[in-house]
Write a protein that binds this ligand. Structure first.
Ligand code: LLP
Length: 463
């Protein structure tokens, strides 16, 4: 692990090329608590520690790249969501953000429910002992085999996503002699991502059944007419990484309006609504997410108000946060390899992972932060692009950020807020070995998902 000197890249605003970045933080060694998990701090030597363990020790024991998940932070966030919504609501953790058997056990212990969207997620949930009645099963194209398993297991709800699925689930339930509890996923004509909020045109997508043109009302009619189904409510999910509550307001209003129409037409007051997930987290210091209690209050106020004006009994609310629970609780630890300063542009810092462990930058132009974590440095800030080791120029982990100009091969850097949609979307591109997820808590670290090995690759390749 040499720490050789190398020519530093461009450093200051007068030579900064185009890109999306704020000015470098006054102190590059400072850790913004918005983006790091709760037990992260620097020790007396300047090394970052999580759960009381320094990153050098973690790197030595578990290797890099690796995801380190702050278990007590994860559990605290689960409790914060459960407490914020209280006993009159249900919090379903969205397993697609990241799921493993340890996660399922923690959710169970902290009183959360679980949203799964594939047979694989369902198996993981059941295997780790999540009671079936606390599981919601989602997906726009659940296979017959998946529906069979969900019905047999007795999942608490299946979220119906199409007219065909209404019939499919009803038949399967009838064949099993049960009335399956279901919700209908409706598209409310709102799609919200981060700061933008667009209130039209989003029926043009594969999920759900449109409220527009009476489609959702027709779906309700059919679901109510089928013996195999127990329609308990309506579901809406409007997008990802949302900070503005306006989209949820419109969604809640439209869903409550549908409940009122159902009451008027069928004389039935559906007891539940699910407002989905999508709550934003801080990936960089520029992001200002809301606290669970603010979100809970905003949502329940809207629903209560709308129900009062429609003279409806207030339904039980559920929400499905994934990213907002697991996202902030993990960081990815990388070792710095090749450093390539490009005069007048930026310095490319290559790490030992890349788009195989974090596809979000390449896929969504997502923004991340990065810090030198094996030590502190008083060197000047240097504009960097953190890139992976894959054969692809789009293999970018952090597009624009500042690291100290004395960064050297062998240093450890970490990208915070990678708990959601990084390991769960990881790939084997270039036969990369997917990194482990290591849970850290109170001075102890343990692997909850092990690193893939070359034997794993060869085992799948049957020759
Ligand atoms: N409920 C439903 C029905 C969903 O479709 C989703 C996410 C969630 C809940 C959880 O959303 P969250 O609270 O985690 O934002 N791969 C993308 C995100 C895709 C989200 C898909 N659905 C990303 O990396 O940003």
């Amino acid at each position: 692990m040499s720490r050789s000197a190398h020519p530093a890249g461009p450093r200051h605003a007068d030579v900064l090329p185009e890109g999306h970045y704020s000015a470098p933080a006054a102190d590059l060694n400072a850790l913004d608590e918005k983006v790091w998990s709760r037990t992260v701090t620097r020790d007396a030597d300047g090394a970052l520690t999580v759960g009381g363990i320094a990153v050098a020790r973690l790197a030595e024991e578990f290797g890099t790249p690796a995801y380190f998940l702050d278990e007590s932070d994860f559990r605290a966030r689960c409790r914060a969501w459960a407490d914020a919504f209280g006993p009159a609501a249900d919090v379903f953790y969205a397993g697609k953000a990241f799921l493993s058997r340890a996660i399922v056990r923690w959710l169970k212990e902290e009183g959360l429910n679980l949203d799964v969207c594939s047979g694989g997620e369902l198996t993981t949930a059941l295997d780790a002992g999540m009671p079936a009645e606390r599981i919601a099963f989602h997906g726009n194209n659940k296979t017959v085999a998946e529906i069979e398993r969900a019905v047999e297991a007795g999942v608490g709800r299946i979220v119906l996503d199409s007219f065909q699925e209404i019939v499919r689930v009803a038949h399967i339930a009838q064949r099993h002699g049960v009335r399956q509890r279901v919700q209908i996923r409706v598209t409310v004509g709102v799609e919200a991502h981060t700061h933008e909020f667009i209130a039209t045109a989003h029926e043009d997508q594969k999920f759900g059944i449109a409220l527009a043109d009476g489609q959702a009302a027709e779906a309700v009619r059919r679901a109510l007419s089928l013996d195999g189904l127990d329609l308990i409510g309506v579901h809406s999910h409007i997008g990802s990484q949302i900070f503005d509550m306006a989209g949820f307001e419109v969604s809640a209003r439209r869903v409550v309006q549908l409940l009122a129409e159902i009451r008027d037409e069928h004389g039935v007051e559906l007891p539940e609504i699910d407002l989905g997930g999508g709550l934003g987290i801080a990936y960089t210091s520029d992001d200002d997410p809301r606290e669970p209690h603010e979100i809970a209050k905003a949502l329940s106020d809207i629903v209560t108000r709308e129900c009062e004006s429609a003279k409806l009994r207030t339904p039980r609310i559920s929400v499905e946060p994934g990213r907002a629970i697991v996202g902030p609780t993990a960081f990815t630890l990388y070792e710095v390899g090749t450093i390539k300063p490009l005069e007048g542009l930026r310095t490319y810092v290559s790490v030992d992972g890349g788009m195989s462990d974090n596809i979000r930058t390449a896929l969504y132009d997502a923004e991340y932060s990065v810090a030198l974590v094996s030590r502190t440095s008083d060197a000047e800030p240097m504009l960097v692009r953190v890139v992976g080791k894959h054969c692809e120029s789009g293999d970018i982990v952090v597009k624009d950020a500042f690291l100290p100009a004395d960064l050297a091969p062998g240093d450890l850097i970490a990208v915070p807020a990678t708990g959601a949609y990084c390991r769960s979307m990881a790939s084997n591109y270039n036969h990369a070995l997917r990194p482990p997820v290591v849970a850290v808590r109170d001075g102890e670290a343990r692997v909850i998902v092990r690193r893939e090995t070359e034997e794993d690759l060869l085992r799948l390749d049957v020759g």
